[in-house]
Design a protein around this ligand. Structure first.
Ligand code: ADP
Length: 539
């Protein structure tokens, strides 16, 4: 018979994170770039006090455990306070992506039954448009002080600072089951309506602890972390929870995510670690190169959300001494599920080979397991060659969608819709999204590999590849290129460059030069938009 362990059964709750930080790292700073005005700075102790004030204020509005509170906001200190106050009170923090189409925003706000909405003044025009269609939202709360309140005709709203001002800094965080819903984030809904991933306290807390591990982001009081990944996208990969657990300074970038603004913040605030999608690092690298700058404190950066091209990894590592941690995850996996890391053996490889290792999405982190399966669901060998759908399960993987009737799971595993290989050492490589893979003459071409190869050309700033209907081959690849400022490169040169790097039948049939690629709220290239516009060019 099994013996019960004789350990206390204390629940893993989000309120515990901010109280831990207040008690242990009370003087560690949170720095926040305001939507209006200069940098704001305070400590974890002050952040905890204001989170408690907000918890009292929300209670005063009649909200209770189980209520959903939405946010449409940048990464800033008021949004951070809401992360703790809302979930800590037993309510559900529903972060909304402001770049969703207004109809989709209205859909998710109604679907989540948000009773209050916290929003940045930047989004006042958006709020004006959606508010009439969100009847359940009784409280529109602008994350602002009185001086910077926007006027929104027809919407009665309250100023955040006025709302919390009269309330006490003391609040008894309730204790409840750690499996309760803490935060809600909807997928971007490229097919059908967005679907809600409802993260439990337990999932977030253990994911955040894992984020502090040396092989992941390695967060400790010696670090200052700048999460560029938005707090409206998968809880900013749980960094707002991980930083106070590890005791790292937290530097929040507000609305300015361009290369110049990020560089200024990294240097000014002595940032040691950051995290964001590859397009952000492209912008930053371009700025740093153009101005001949160096990083004086940055040690490493976490990157994911889409594949990080090897050429960009090489620049960060070789030219700037910034280590790249390349992870994979999705809305349904709370945050990071796999992470690339060099093993001692990998460190004996040439720099180019090491970058190729980092360009893969890495090993599953403790708490998650992965496998790849064929179209019949049979597990494929871990040989680095057999490719199939990536399946994931673990402590912080969704078991179902919010109010979803049908379970997405297959034999207890979540099917990701990504096509991947796993090698004998457990290193996973995303070959493509199932919907992006190019099916040509019965074979598959990885759009990610082609993009990565094209990005290796010195005149290419950004590249995207889509499969386009072809009368003979079913689909053929079409390459989109954004040139680097001041550089000239033409179709033939790019195609010749690719011919030397990929199989002949992979070389795209054409190249289209664009001023910019369509990019969504989370900073990812929107291939759906490209397909809509260019999907018929070979027919
Ligand atoms: P969406 O991108 O559809 O808005 P998610 O943020 O949930 O929504 O995206 C998850 C998807 O992003 C994964 O299924 C995968 O296709 C892609 N992805 C995430 N990280 C990586 C990575 N490191 N390399 C390649 N693709 C990635």
């Amino acid at each position: 018979m099994l013996q019960a362990g004789l350990m206390m059964d204390r629940p893993l709750l989000i309120s515990g994170i901010i109280e831990h930080a207040a008690a242990q790292f009370g003087d560690v700073e949170v720095v926040s770039r305001e939507t209006h005005g200069p940098l704001f700075r305070y400590t974890y102790e002050q952040c905890a006090a204001r989170s408690r004030k907000l918890a009292n204020a929300l209670k005063g509005l009649g909200l209770e455990a189980g209520s959903a509170v939405g946010s449409i906001a940048w990464n800033n200190h008021r949004h951070l306070e809401a992360y703790f106050a809302v979930s800590g009170s037993g309510m559900v923090m529903h972060t909304c992506n402001p770049r969703l189409a207004p109809q989709q925003l209205i859909y998710i706000i109604n679907h989540a039954e948000d009773a209050a909405m916290l929003f940045d003044s930047t989004f006042a025009p958006l709020i004006k448009g959606i508010a009439p269609y969100c009847p359940k939202v009784k409280n529109w709360i602008c994350l602002s002080d009185a001086a910077n309140m926007p006027a929104i005709e027809g919407v009665s709203m309250v100023c955040y600072e006025d709302l919390i001002a009269p309330h006490s800094e003391l609040f008894d965080w309730p204790e409840f089951d750690e499996r309760s819903g803490a935060a809600l984030c909807y997928t971007s809904g490229t097919t059908g309506n967005p679907k809600g991933a409802l993260y439990s306290h337990r999932a977030i807390v253990i994911n955040a602890i894992s984020g502090c591990l040396p092989g992941i982001l390695s967060l400790s009081p010696s670090d200052a972390i700048l999460p560029v990944v938005p707090m409206f996208h998968i809880n900013a990969w749980c960094i707002p929870y991980a930083a106070p657990i590890g005791g790292a300074r937290l530097v929040l970038p507000g609305p300015r995510l361009d290369g110049a603004s990020l560089y200024e913040l990294m240097e000014g605030e002595r940032v040691t670690v950051s995290a964001g999608v590859p397009t952000i690092w492209l912008g930053l690298m371009q700025y740093v190169e153009e101005h001949g700058l160096r990083f004086s404190t940055m040690k490493r950066t976490g990157v994911g959300g889409s594949a990080m091209p090897a050429a960009l990894i090489a620049k960060f590592v070789d030219n700037y001494g910034v280590e790249v941690r390349h992870g994979w995850g999705m809305t349904e996996t709370t945050a990071v599920a796999t992470m690339s890391c060099l093993s001692p053996k990998n460190r004996e490889l040439s720099p180019v080979e090491q970058h190729a290792v980092i360009a893969r999405q890495g090993k599953s982190v403790f708490g998650t397991e992965i496998k790849v399966v064929d179209e019949y669901g049979a597990t494929l060998p871990r040989d680095g060659v057999a490719q199939g759908e990536l399946m994931v399960r673990g402590q912080w993987i969704v078991s179902g969608y919010y109010k979803g009737e049908v379970s997405p799971l297959v034999d207890g595993w979540f099917p990701t819709g990504d096509i991947a290989t796993i090698d004998a050492h457990g290193v996973m490589q995303i070959r493509d999204r199932a919907k992006d893979v190019i099916k040509t003459g019965g074979e598959w071409i990885s759009s990610i590999d082609l993009e990565s190869a094209a990005m290796g050309h010195p005149a290419v700033a950004m590249a995207a590849v889509i499969g386009v209907k072809h009368p003979k081959w079913d689909e053929r690849p079409l390459l989109f290129v954004v040139r680097k400022p001041g550089k000239t490169v033409e179709r033939e040169e790019i195609l010749a460059f690719l011919t030397e790097r990929v199989a002949k039948w992979w070389v795209p049939d054409d190249v289209i030069f664009l001023e910019a690629l369509p990019v969504g709220g989370a900073g990812k290239v929107q291939k759906g938009d490209l397909r809509k516009q260019y999907g018929g060019v070979f027919s």
